[in-house]
Design a protein around this ligand. Structure first.
Ligand code: PEP
Ligand code: MG
Length: 572
């Protein structure tokens, strides 16, 4: 029977396919005494063989999708699987103690994990994490339960998950993953941002999703309206196929604007940039008509692998992006790890409030060697293009000064070492913490630019977790408090002759663009898939006209009032 579910529209488009549930299976088992150790060892080897086959395929896929360096983690997993020092003792335990393969595997791998984890050696600690991943995979095969392999999906599906972590999403092949639906999340959670980068439809924050939909159910997902239709009727399928075709046609029409400048109807020019997470995304940014990279989220280079990327590895990646972008501005944000973005190989103490904890610039200042490596790679790459460096999560002026100091020190070292670099690298900050927005006039004297990160600025201003669907009603981009802060930041920048951009998702929102244009925002950076739509919209807006409305908009009382006013304003 047809059923409808609703959530938050996270990425435009319509997909129709069968569901694929991505969930961690239960790996519980009992310890058993067995009669035939040979048979048990055979069972172990069969599970090892299937796991090896799977990992080889995943590695191959990941190499194609995300590149050989990032796929190296799967190579490490394969090495664990064939390590006689690990496998030998498991068989031995089965033989001598007559226990089941599950128990022997668990005992032996736990022993190695504990031993490695206790070593004061980063490399060995990473091996502990590898063993755990591999153990779970082999255990699942021994127990005959499905182990989630997003990288191995080879038919068209719509993924269902409680939540998607960045390490799941790096494996996605958009050829097969037509869209996804999650129980957790909002429009600015990282899975939603990724869906827009991959240009696949997504609906997030769907309550009771995993309780409701079984594997293999035919569903339609409507990422424009935030709707899921399970077991649709033939008429509904027809209706949505038509919408799908309309959506594709609209997209095609916009392509004519790809190389056009972004100019308002009264002749004011602004810059439209793309937010990217990898060098590959820079290709689609350009295909979608980006005039800049307004945000390169470098943390993704640190994920999906089992050790920190070296200076050389980072240098190559930054250089690749800069070369591709040529003279177009490329804003690279330094490592923003923490919050919902974790590194398996960086063992940080668990925090009660990770979004308020040791993350981003705080972590980089705490681990200066890690930060210096990234800064060096960036400075070196600056000869290849128009690099601008941006620090995330700046809350105080001291943090900016400290970070800038490290940048200057590395630059100086390179000058003495005779390493070439550009003398013109701008150094700016993200404004995503209210204290910084309020103090923008002071910051503006020292930074080269601002980029407003509304994804976080909204969550910190309204104290509403950006990933929690239960407080999604409080996550209000149009709350006058947010708009007033945006104005403060833009005005402060202009007063000091600096530029102000926005790289939060709000920069590409249909209702926000007119207001931001009126407030004088210089640069709008968004998911590549929103650029052409925004360029088309701006060409139909008069900046002078929008400016006339800003005072009134900022004097309104609620987000609802603001949205209603803008909607009416656009109808005129
Ligand atoms: C762009 C932002 O950064 P991220 O989404 O990566 O936190 C932001 O906070 O607005
Ligand atoms: Mg942020």
């Amino acid at each position: 029977m047809t059923m409808e579910l609703h959530g938050i529209a996270a990425s435009d488009g319509i997909a129709i396919a069968k569901t694929y549930r991505l969930e961690s299976p239960s790996l519980l088992f009992d310890k058993k005494t067995i009669d035939d150790p040979e048979l048990e060892i055979e069972r172990l080897h069969a599970a090892l063989a299937v796991s090896t086959e799977e990992l080889e395929l995943i590695k191959e896929q990941a190499e194609k999708q995300i590149g050989p360096k990032e796929a190296a983690i799967f190579g490490a997993h394969l090495m664990v699987l064939s390590d006689p020092e690990l496998i030998g003792p498991i068989s031995e335990k089965i033989n001598t103690e007559k226990v089941n393969a599950e128990f022997a595997l668990q005992e032996v791998s736990n022993m190695f994990m504990e031993m490695f984890a206790a070593m004061d050696n980063e490399y060995m600690q990473e091996r502990a994490a590898d063993i755990k991943d591999v153990r779970n995979r082999v255990l699942a095969h021994l127990l005959g339960v499905k182990f989630p392999n997003p990288g191995l999906i080879s038919e068209k599906v719509i993924l269902l998950a409680e939540d998607l972590t960045p390490s799941d999403t790096v494996q996605f092949n958009p050829k097969f993953i037509q869209g996804f639906v999650t129980e957790i999340g909002g429009r600015t959670s990282h899975s939603a941002i990724l869906a827009r980068t991959l240009e696949i439809p997504a609906v997030v924050g769907v309550k009771k999703l995993m309780e409701t939909l079984a594997d293999g159910t035919l569903v339609i997902i409507d990422g424009i309206e935030g709707k899921i239709i399970a077991d649709p009727s033939p008429e509904e399928i027809e209706k949505y196929k038509k919408r799908q075709a309309e959506f594709a046609a609209q997209k095609k029409e916009l392509v004519s604007l790809k190389d056009a400048p972004t100019v308002s109807s009264d002749g004011f020019e602004v810059e439209l940039g793309a937010n990217i997470g990898s060098p590959k995304d820079a290709v689609s940014a350009l295909e979608n008509g980006a005039e800049a990279i307004g945000l390169f989220r470098t943390e993704f280079l640190y994920m999906g692998r089992d050790s920190f990327p070296t200076e050389e590895q980072q240098f190559e990646i930054y250089s690749e992006v800069l070369k591709r972008m040529g003279s177009k501005p490329t804003v690279v944000r330094t490592l923003d790890i923490g919050g919902d973005k974790e590194l398996s190989y960086l063992d940080l103490p668990k925090e009660l409030n990770p979004f308020l904890g040791l993350r981003a610039i705080r972590l980089c200042l705490e681990m200066p060697d890690l930060f210096r490596t990234q800064l060096r790679a960036l400075i070196r790459s600056s000869v290849h293009g128009n690099l601008k460096i941006m620090f995330p999560m700046i809350a105080t002026l001291e943090e900016f000064r400290q970070a800038k100091q490290l940048f200057l020190e590395e630059q100086e070292k390179m000058a003495t070492e005779g390493i070439p670099f550009s003398e013109k690298i701008e150094v700016g900050i993200m404004v995503e913490i209210p204290s910084t927005a309020v103090m923008a006039d002071v910051f503006a004297k020292e930074v080269d630019f601002f980029s407003i990160g509304t994804n976080d600025l909204i969550q910190y201003t309204l104290a509403a977790d950006r990933m929690n669907e239960n407080v999604a009603h409080l996550y209000q981009p149009f709350n006058p408090a947010i708009l007033r802060m945006v104005k403060m930041v833009i005005d402060a920048a202009h007063k000091e002759g600096k530029w102000a951009g926005m790289c939060g998702e709000m920069a590409g929102e249909e209702l926000a663009v007119p207001v931001l244009l009126g407030l004088g925002l210089d640069e709008f950076s968004m998911s590549a898939s929103s650029i052409l739509k925004t360029r088309s919209m701006i060409s139909g807006l008069s900046k002078t006209e929008m400016e006339k409305h800003t005072d009134h908009i900022l004097s309104l009382s609620t987000a609802e009032d603001v949205k209603n006013y803008i909607t009416q304003m656009l109808k005129k």
